[in-house]
Design a protein around this ligand. Sequence first.
Ligand code: DC
Length: 218
Amino acid sequence: MIIAIDGPAASGKSTTAKLVAKKLKVTYLDTGAMYRAVTLQLLRSKIDFVDIDKVSAILDDLIIDMFDHKGVNIVKINNEDVTGEIRSSNVTKYVSEVSALLSVRESMVVMQREIGHKTDCVIEGRDIGTIVFPNADYKFFMVADIKMRAKRRLKEMKQFGIVKSVKEVISELESRDQKDSSRDNSPLRKAKDAIEIDTSNLSIDEQVDKIIDHIKIK
Ligand code: DC
């Protein structure tokens, strides 16, 4: 069973997807974390992102592991724990550029499909219901008011010691939305058959219940 949850940054996807997966006792897959892991590795290598051969060589040598440890979604690249580092401002700044690269997307989609074919899971991202699993059993698209999204992102950043103003975060989110939605390869889009959930005025429990209710009804 595949439950696809797509939507823009800070729309409430991650928290909801994690809890839905926990309630249903299935795997949780954060595909944004995968793109962040690739971005970190490319930034460390200091190569030019447009150098397709070098990007491909890095992808070939990159092993991404993701697993739950005491409720924290741990991300490792080549056995190094980068859970915190992939949330840094620098990775966030470049992740839209990196995730727009065709070779990066192709490689990540192969990994995502492998995981999804092996186990029941809740997969969150931008293109899960449209490209990665167009035949997903359930598809949801989460949206929220920009101010609400910025507040949520600020709270999340605080956990990693990053301090910014609401204005700054709104501007970053808008810029990322624009890049994620306008790219040629798998842009952020609601699948025609996805159920839209506006989380602006919903508590986390309400968001989770909405999804679980849809799954029970169908
Ligand atoms: O969900 P997030 O903010 O951690 O995602 C980071 C970036 O990864 C986001 O700017 C878009 C990209 N992404 C993507 O292109 N496709 C996905 N399935 C998931 C994320």
